[in-house]
Design a protein around this ligand. Sequence first.
Ligand code: NAP
Length: 796
Amino acid sequence: MTINKSNKLVVLYASQTGNAEWIAKSINQEAVQRGFKSECYVTDDYEQADLEHTKVLIVVAANTGDGDPPENAIKFFRYLRKIKSKTFLSHCQFAILGLGDTNYTNFNNTAKRIEKKFLELGGRPFYDKGLADDASGLETVVEPWISNLWVALEKVCERTSTATTQTISTNDFSMKAMPTKNKDTNTTKETTIENVVANNNASTPTDDTNATRMNHAVSSTTATTVTTSTSATATTLIIKETTLNEETANNLTIMSTDDTSSVTTFTAALSITTPKLFSLGTPLTIDLSTLSTITQLTAIPRIPSSICRTTFHSTCKHTSKFLPPSFISTPSPIFQAYLSAATLLTDPDAVKRTLQIELEVDEEEKDTVTFLPGDAFGVIAPNDDGLVRGLLNRLGIGEDEMHKEVEIQSIDVAKHGDLPSHLKEAKSTSLYELLRYGLDLTSLIRKPLLRMLAECAVDAEEKKTLLFLCSKQGLGQFTALRNQLPTVLDVLATFPSCQPPFDRLLDVLLPLQPRYYSAINSLLAHPRSMHFAFNVVEFTNEFDVSKRGVCTPWLDELSGKVTERGVRVEINKDERVAIPLFLKPNTHEFNVPSDLKRNIIMIGPGTGVAPFLGFLQHRECQLKILYETMESIANVNRKDIGDIDHNGVDTNGTDHGDIEHKKTQSISSSYGESWLFYGCRDKSKDFLYKNEIEGYLSRGILGRLSVAVSREPGAGENGKPKYVQDLIKIHAKEVYEMIYDKDAVVFVCGDAKGMAKAVNDTLAAILSEYNGISHADALKQLLKWTDEKKYLLDLW
Ligand code: NAP
């Protein structure tokens, strides 16, 4: 069937962290700049997208958990599921780009599911799907996929206007536009770096050995160096060795995918103030030894479009110390709970420091807190104050300015696209608040940031290094840079001549994400409380630079960094701080079964055991309630029983010891079997909740416990178990019988990358052996059980 070219393109995104949204909007912007009529929507806004009439569709889909659709695609999936017509999308040609991670079992499941459904509904792909893999770097797939998309798109979609002619920013002083080849369809252009080194008065090569390594350090070093200092930051740039052979530099050609006229304007550094406490950032180590041998840089991404504009108001914006700003959007309403107690769960010598935190709401607010074990809490944690102030200071924004009321607007919706969703409601905020709560400053850096900074670099060496890091040739160095886990401030400290306007950071940084923790308590036991546990993320990277998470060190500090293991430290009522959080019900029904008789197998090493603590506490309370109900029924039925003697016999001659025994028997017979597989490194140091778990075992709430200890001598050797999956293998027959004959539900909680995959494979091997089916069929059976809620996964 021939279909006339469409005159319109729709780009949809299903995004969890903002990355898929960013990519989809970039595709949309580039499409518009190339002369296509294009619109961009989040998948859940499918009504606006008008799929029934859309002829050309591009979907960018991320994943959450182990291949689950992001929250903003749940409605879309429900909508698609209901459509049964096999011709519903027969008018539509589509292309799908998935953002996934091969460390997870269901790699790029969201993109694959969308593709399958689109095909079932009669849609036809016009371009091969791209499945990007975070394990090897999303860019390696995303960038070529987008570069080659335009040629494919030309065949199915008409341009409604002439593409914008290519221009290069005049600020891009070291680059010269070369004639564009094949103007209409070509996705690349050539530019030449001219006299890069010659223009660079500040950085003169001092050593022309091959071992070219660029190291910008705040402190001076003994190496022969060339130093430049920037007044804005008082940071010293030290180039230890040659960064580029002059002759090569003059001939260096940059193959870029830029095709836009996005011109970055540079604002002069604003007045610098010196707040008392702020971070300077740690310059990064970059190995530039290969750069001197490279004559061409290819596949440099486009300069990110300028989208955001900050408008200042005359008023000041007070930032509450603990209340997040109103522009933050969450899946359920944010409320505050007081940090009331903390317990250190691990030995000070343990590999990880694990903390239990207890939050409490006031009595009158207890009805707002409704959750079941298996649900999670989303904590809204701010970026570190020192980092935020340091970054603002580095950008030249003084103390007064950072607290002025501002509003974020789109520069030009028609031309550059709409604001990113996380900034849409940023109407009355401040620059400080935006950095503290709105933007991710610490997660893995992305090329768009470096590409944007390359446009801001005044120093030619820095510009060249930034372009190299963005290029195909610099992929290894980019990965190495990313593995140092730099903050945005660290990146700026490495490139001191870059002074990006604040708005440009808004254009390229992704939203700060809430941090999720599983409930370890049951409301039946603690009606106003929310208990959860986590490993405190603080470590040093390969260059001995301290790194820290956002939420866990913050909560650790707020609770006074408790030091004594196993001692519950209550926080004085007048010293309690309020923590903003929201409730996140489990979307997979990974909750404690309401039926006490249901047999359960729980698999959760490390903090993956968290929800099962809640399960057991809940079951014990259910049992108690049942017991109390029986007791009150018995009391109603009981006539005057008179005094009970020391043998438990009343004046009517009834033996109450016997009654108690019978009651306990009847209660436990109404209670299903349960088996917990737990894993730790060293039983004496990090067996989380050992006493509690053994208590449940001794009281019969937990039927069976199997613990794998991974760092015991001989663990994993000669058949000695190391991990939970090894224990499951050892008990294969009983596990099989419990699942098959006793219809147990299997719950797996924890790390999706290693553990869950291995457990899945082990269960498949057991099914394969005992059912006499192939491994592939066993895997299918497990998937079916997931659908039937018999095999439930809560993976992180
Ligand atoms: P962990 O301390 O890193 O590890 C616990 C045990 O698992 C160790 O003995 C470890 O052994 C072992 N292990 C390592 N690789 C494994 C593999 N491939 N298969 C099976 N076992 C393996 O655990 P954790 O950091 O607490 O991690 C638990 C996971 O659960 C995290 O992903 C966390 O985000 C998630 N989670 C957290 C919560 C929460 O509320 N905080 C709730 C649910 C799940 P070795 O290190 O000796 O190799």
